[in-house]
Design a protein around this ligand. Structure first.
Ligand code: AMP
Ligand code: FE
Ligand code: FE
Ligand code: ZN
Length: 285
């Protein structure tokens, strides 16, 4: 069984629609794929309608969160959530708030870039998002289109970097609240790419322990942005805290260079995840 539990469609910041994404998953030989768009479940219905025979789809999302340390500025963290009830009022309201926040924050980034003389228009960013959830990758595509940079990667290396003067942080969900919301909706919360240092500052072990105390159920260990030392550390931490471990590609189509199924989840860990999720069911034959 080949299982990839973290992918993005064009409903957020991937480049393939849900149907194409599932076709890509099938062609790559996956048996199970999770659809985990940022802050939205809007792709679930399309995934259900287009699911190829033989492929199981785990409904999920990736929630934009923050960890608030006692003595340092907040740290941006991502929380994967699986098999929750998308109609849970508290969770649905928080997702609506996050999507609105992404729009206003995107407009502020574009406004600052335009004020500095970069020829980038908000309409082009919205067009790049295809009406889906807006993120920096769509600003990046608009910058490529305008000829400001040569590639999405180049945009992230400079103008859209979290240390760029044009960076605007989103008012993301407190991760402890996010974990409680996902659990309240019957879902399985898994801390995404927890030691991906190239994305910015990361949290310490005490933060992960606090998340486990709030109801976290898993750690994403095998991820393209984790090296061997980071994977070993997270696997050890999961053992200490009694958390399940996952592996996934974090596929974004051509917005990133990582292929689907670049990392995968052990079947026993997948079974544990299935057993813990009660808010919705996997889409399967
Ligand atoms: P945002 O959620 O709007 O802050 O944008 C962050 C998203 O940008 C992440 O979810 C990644 O998908 C994407 N991203 C981060 N770094 C890069 C990069 N170097 N190249 C392409 N996409 C990236
Ligand atoms: Fe993304
Ligand atoms: Fe992420
Ligand atoms: Zn992701």
């Amino acid at each position: 069984m080949r299982i990839d539990l973290h992918t993005h469609s064009s409903v957020s910041d991937g480049t393939e629609g849900p149907a194409q994404l599932l076709a890509t998953a099938s062609a790559a030989g996956l048996d199970v794929v999770a659809l985990t768009d940022h802050d939205t479940t809007a792709g679930w219905a399309q995934a259900q309608a287009a699911r190829p025979a033989g492929l199981t789809v785990v409904p999920g999302l990736e929630l934009s969160c923050r960890w608030f340390p006692a003595d340092r500025p907040p740290v941006s963290v991502h929380l994967l959530a699986y098999l929750f009830d998308p109609a849970h009022p508290g969770l649905a309201a928080e997702l609506t708030r996050l999507r609105a926040e992404r729009l206003s924050r995107g407009e502020r980034i574009v406004g600052a870039l335009a004020a500095a003389g970069y020829p980038v228009a908000w309409e082009r960013v919205v067009a790049a998002s295809g009406g889906g959830v807006v993120g920096r990758p769509h600003v990046a595509r608009a910058l490529v289109e305008a000829g400001v940079v040569g590639s999405v990667d180049e945009a992230f290396a400079d103008l859209l970097h979290h240390r760029s003067p044009f960076h605007v942080a989103k008012a993301d969900t407190d991760v402890l609240d996010g974990i409680r919301l996902v659990r309240a909706a019957g879902g399985v919360p898994v801390f995404a790419h927890g030691l991906a240092t190239r994305r910015g500052r990361v949290v310490d072990d005490a933060a992960v322990a606090a998340m486990a105390g709030a109801g976290l159920l898993g750690l994403e260990v095998d991820h393209p942005d984790h090296g061997p030392a980071e994977r070993d550390h997270l696997r050890g931490l999961a053992g200490e805290l009694g958390l399940l471990t996952t592996g996934s590609s974090d596929y974004h189509g051509t917005n990133k260079t990582t292929p689907i199924a670049a990392c995968t989840t052990h079947p026993a860990q997948y079974e544990a995840l299935l057993a813990a999720g009660t808010g919705s069911a996997p889409l399967t034959d």
